[in-house]
Design a binder for this molecule. Structure first.
Ligand SMILES: *Cc1c(COP(=O)(O)O)cnc(C)c1O
Length: 399
């Protein structure tokens, strides 16, 4: 067998952790991707909310190409100019004073949990180690972050879980009476739960969470891994709610597809990480931070984020029109270009048909929700195209 044949036929050499779609993608540009047979797809998944500037955006490509000529890696024992630039951009456009760079969302959350424990040990003592999270949340796949995740299906088979997490029902104001115990050090939550089914936090509820955290010196940690980097029509999703977190974690959209994660914190919280307390070999390396700095510069210098609000409203309106027409649509929910279509039954068949018959890529979020995460650079014309496809799928194929 030639090397190429080996590469494409021995699929079993990859662990079966993903039930992959039967498509091999080889090229991307803007809102479109192409498979190895040359078929073109409209991609409203954005690599799960990662390619927010579309596929292969030229500003990021240029920045990475230029960095590739200079230095690829040097470890965090040295100062890294692109890392400094990205940290400055993040802190000047958020509540944060300081940033720690890592390589993924789970790692950012893992680090935030460590930061919360260390912070609380200093100000409250060793008993204050517990992080409160919420049902249907998703915080990652490491042992600590899957323990933080409020979904048993993510935890199944990995016992014993990491101790020090307690789950409360999301958007439940009465349950907030149980938020604080002598052991509580932090609250971690997504302002729109992504993997859990595109569930936005209710404003009053989230304000109440913030109030309780401030009163009790409990760190409010927002997992912005999916909601951050312009997705909701603000640079960070919590800005839609007017709350002031102590810590936020970001990843997905930050590097336009280059693997990067970050913890952004107030100086007060960040102080808990002294030299030697946390680290990462690759975290914030020259290549990924060049990608991150170019991504963030493009977002803050252009009118892309304002467009997200307008396009998000348009998408939501169009989806609500569909809801009027089709009984199987129970609810439309989301913020900005993070929208969910809640169905009365499983979402899987509709997703297969849109993909196979109409070359349109959409995501599930839990069993009954279709999730739309288009690139922030999408257009009304592309949204119309997806709406037309969904109309056909709901009317003809699934009745
Ligand atoms: C994707 C995601 C994570 C995990 O990020 P990875 O980069 O896959 O580790 C954590 N939290 C939220 C909200 C996410 O959407």
């Amino acid at each position: 067998m030639s090397e190429e044949t080996v590469a494409t036929t021995q699929k079993d050499s990859i662990m079966p952790t993903y039930a992959r779609f039967p498509i091999t993608l080889v090229k991307g540009e803007g809102s479109y991707v192409w498979d190895d047979k040359g078929t073109k797809y409209l991609d409203f998944t954005s690599g799960i909310g990662t390619c927010n500037l579309g596929h292969v955006p030229s500003v990021v490509k240029t920045a990475v190409e230029s960095q590739l000529q200079e230095l690829w890696h040097c470890s965090n024992l040295f100062h890294i100019p692109t890392q400094q630039k990205l940290a400055n951009l993040l802190t000047s456009h958020s509540f944060g004073d300081q940033v720690f760079f890592c390589n993924s969302g789970a790692e950012a959350n893992e680090g935030a949990i460590k930061l919360a424990r260390r912070y609380a040990q200093k100000v409250k003592g060793t008993e204050a180690y517990e992080v409160v999270t919420f049902t249907q949340s998703f915080h990652g796949r490491t042992l600590a972050t899957l323990s933080a995740t409020g979904q048993t299906k993510i935890q199944d088979g990995f016992a014993p879980l990491m101790p020090g997490f307690r789950y409360l029902p999301f958007n439940d104001t009465e349950a907030l009476a149980q938020l604080v115990t002598a052991n509580t050090c932090a609250v971690m939550l997504e302002v729109v739960q992504g993997e859990g089914g595109v569930i936005p936090a209710e404003k009053e509820w989230l304000k109440k969470v913030e109030e309780i955290c401030k009163e009790n010196d409990i760190l409010l940690m927002i997992d912005e891994i999916q909601t951050g980097i312009g997705r909701t029509g603000k640079l960070f999703g919590h800005e839609c709610y007017g709350i002031n977190p102590d810590v936020m974690t970001i990843a997905k959209g930050l590097g336009s597809g280059f693997p990067i994660g970050a913890i952004v914190a107030t100086e007060k919280a960040a102080k808990a990480f002294e030299a030697g307390t946390h680290g990462s070999t690759f975290g914030g390396n020259p290549i990924v931070t060049a990608a991150g700095a170019a991504t963030l510069t493009e977002l803050v210098d252009s009118n892309l984020i304002e467009n997200v609000t307008e396009l998000g409203e348009y998408l939501s309106e169009q989806l609500n029109e569909l809801k009027k027409q089709f009984e199987q649509i129970v609810e439309i929910r989301g913020i900005g270009l993070m929208q969910g279509i809640v169905l009365s039954g499983p979402a899987k068949d509709a997703l297969t048909i849109t993909r196979e018959n109409y070359q349109t890529l959409l995501l599930p979020a839990g069993p009954n929700v279709i999730r739309l995460l288009p690139p922030l650079t999408t257009s009304k014309a592309e949204i119309d195209q997806v709406i037309e496809v969904l109309k056909i799928v709901f009317s003809k194929e699934l009745t």
